[in-house]
Design a protein around this ligand. Structure first.
Ligand code: ADP
Ligand code: TRP
Length: 330
């Protein structure tokens, strides 16, 4: 049987943090080994937050380099930039015409944005899940590996696919989300979900000095240095556990329990762990800085492969909709 197909995207809307890597990108890289993989930079989605063209280019390049530094193999995986494939926007409009406003109003991300009042309530932000449905359904993936915050978007994608299939006949395969339980919500420095919008991130490719600064801001309680501490409730421990081996984790836990070990010591250990865990990726990332030509080439090659699949699917859709006059199947 052919390998299952995966597809996922990440927005170039900020620096790459531990939550992005552990919650999503790590699975993308692992799954490419025995799956047919489609991974893309969701730059059209990032337009909902990024209005500075220079920054958009910078963040797109950074995310591309990060994926390559983490081990994405562009020969195996179709790796591309969303805006290079116009079919995403075209299918988005088609879905707009079969989706209702009340359906979109149920989206947690939209409700959240409205409640917080920090993001401008643009039509693009409201429509975000529909573009995501188009991203996914164009490529007929079996699995969409993401963090837990994206679960509802995949559910909405299935609803949109069912609604299209019911109206126009079987066209779209229903995808499943792939969410790894242990890392479904990686905590940030303040203990809530790590997210660029909360300013609580630990950025993987930051300088050592910046990394140290971010780690030092991790919120801990005020238990005195000499007292025993509860590892399970400590944010430093929770993050360390996601990177360390079971033995290393057990060792840290007994240090907490023994007392005489402060949160500052734990933070130092975490910094060392992050630096060793990402040592290879951090070196590779720096090397790629000098090789932008290669990066452009990789994304262009990826786009031409993606275009073939997306183009064929969109043609099928247009036939179903009666948009192709020369098609006489209906
Ligand atoms: P952010 O919340 O920082 O804006 P994104 O929305 O760009 O992050 O997320 C990109 C991918 O990383 C998504 O699949 C998302 O589910 C995953 N992700 C982001 N933050 C976390 C986290 N703290 N824990 C688990 N997964 C996460
Ligand atoms: N919404 C996703 C996020 O914020 C990014 C994304 C866009 C995506 N299109 C996608 C993820 C398609 C999976 C599949 O992280």
């Amino acid at each position: 049987m052919a390998n299952k197909r995966i597809l996922s995207g990440v927005q170039p809307s900020g620096r790459i943090h531990l939550g992005n890597y552990l919650g999503a990108i790590k699975q993308h890289i692992e799954l490419q080994r025995d799956h047919e993989a489609f991974l893309f930079i969701a730059d059209l989605h990032a337009l909902t937050t990024i209005r500075d063209p220079k920054l958009m280019k910078e963040l797109t390049l950074e995310l591309t380099k990060a994926y390559l530094a983490f081990g994405l193999d562009p020969k195996k995986t179709v790796f591309f930039k969303q805006s290079d494939i116009s079919e995403h926007s075209e299918l988005c409009w088609i879905f707009d015409c079969i989706t209702t406003m009340p359906f979109l109003e149920r989206a947690h991300a939209w409700k959240d944005a409205k409640a917080k009042g920090k993001k401008q309530e643009t039509v693009g932000l409201f429509n975000y899940p529909i573009l995501q449905a188009a991203d996914i359904l164009l490529y007929s993936p079996d699995l969409v590996p993401v963090g837990k915050d994206q679960k509802q978007h995949i559910e909405m994608t299935r609803d949109i696919a069912v609604s299209f299939n019911n109206t126009y006949g079987e066209t779209f395969k229903l995808p499943e989300e792939y969410i790894k339980k242990e890392v479904e919500v990686v905590p940030g420095t303040d203990g809530q979900k790590m997210s660029k919008s909360y300013g609580n991130t630990i950025d993987i490719f930051a300088t050592e000095k910046e990394l140290k600064k971010q780690i030092m801001t991790i919120v801990t309680d005020s238990t005195a240095l000499e007292k025993p501490k509860d590892a399970k409730t400590c944010n430093v421990y929770k993050i360390y556990k996601l990177l360390a081996s079971p033995d290393e984790t057990a060792e840290l836990k007994s240090k907490y329990e023994a007392g005489g070990f402060g949160y500052g010591d734990a933070k130092k250990l975490l910094l060392e762990k992050i630096l060793t865990y990402f040592a290879e990726a951090r070196v590779k990332y720096q090397e790629l800085k000098h090789d932008e030509k290669q990066i452009h080439q990789i994304l262009e090659d990826g786009a031409s492969k993606a275009k073939k699949i997306a183009g064929a699917k969109l043609e099928e859709v247009k036939n179903k909709l009666g948009l192709n006059l020369r098609d006489n199947k209906r």
